[in-house]
Design a protein around this ligand. Structure first.
Ligand code: ZN
Length: 214
């Protein structure tokens, strides 16, 4: 079972990827994890990637694909995997399709966790973080006992810059330009499935399970 997660930043695809990984016993693979493990293990690709990252540059797609292919050839991926955060662009998707087809593989499901922008902006603007210990809350879904005060350490809770509407809107705009075209790409490949990501997260997951099979 080879799965790609699609969806806007803040749509909750990472959470769903983790739940899929647990239920179906397949690795949850994110590019961040792949970069970290290659750099830690000092692989050739990791060293090259670190060179780019140290300069604040983007890691070229061919390096990322190389690390990803190494990862999915490991033993624990024999029953499949769930990719989270890759591909992000059409060229990346095309390279991935080519690379895995050379391994005799294909993606079985591209799961699009669909949430309207407005909904994401509202969700993110409800997040609060402690300025002292970093504990996180949500004014609706996970409120602190006393509004504006951290349950753990009593320090002040703030809306982080990353969660502010103007920042979220910028990220969504990049998503619409670069990543949303993947929905059509995987639809053409015949593997796209849409789930309504505005629902409660366990309901989103049960919809996914009903697609993937128990
Ligand atoms: Zn705190």
């Amino acid at each position: 079972m080879k799965i790609i997660m699609l969806g806007a930043p803040g749509a909750g695809k990472g959470t769903q990827a983790k739940k899929i990984s647990e239920k179906y016993q397949i690795p949850h693979i994110s590019t961040g994890d792949i970069f970290r493990s290659n750099i830690k293990e000092g692989t050739e690709l990791g060293k090259k990637a670190k060179g780019y990252m140290d300069q604040g540059a983007l890691v070229p797609d061919e390096l990322t694909i190389g690390m990803l292919i190494d990862r999915i050839q490991k033993e624990d991926c024999s029953d499949g995997y769930v990719l989270d955060g890759f591909p992000r662009t059409i060229p990346q998707a095309e390279s991935l399709t080519k690379a895995i087809s050379e391994m005799g593989q294909k993606i079985d499901f591209a799961i699009n966790v669909d949430v309207p922008d407005e909904n994401i902006i509202n969700r993110m603007s409800g997040r609060r973080a402690c300025i002292s210990c970093g504990a996180t809350y949500h004014i609706v879904y996970n409120p602190s006992k006393v509004p504006g005060v951290c349950d753990v350490c009593g320090a002040e809770l703030v809306l982080r810059d990353d969660d502010k509407p103007e920042t979220v809107k910028k990220r969504l705009s990049v998503y619409h330009d670069q990543t949303q075209p993947l929905i059509e790409y995987y639809e053409k490949e015949g593997v796209l499935v849409n789930v309504d990501g505005t629902q409660e997260l366990n309901k989103v997951f049960s919809d996914i399970v009903s697609i993937l099979g128990a």
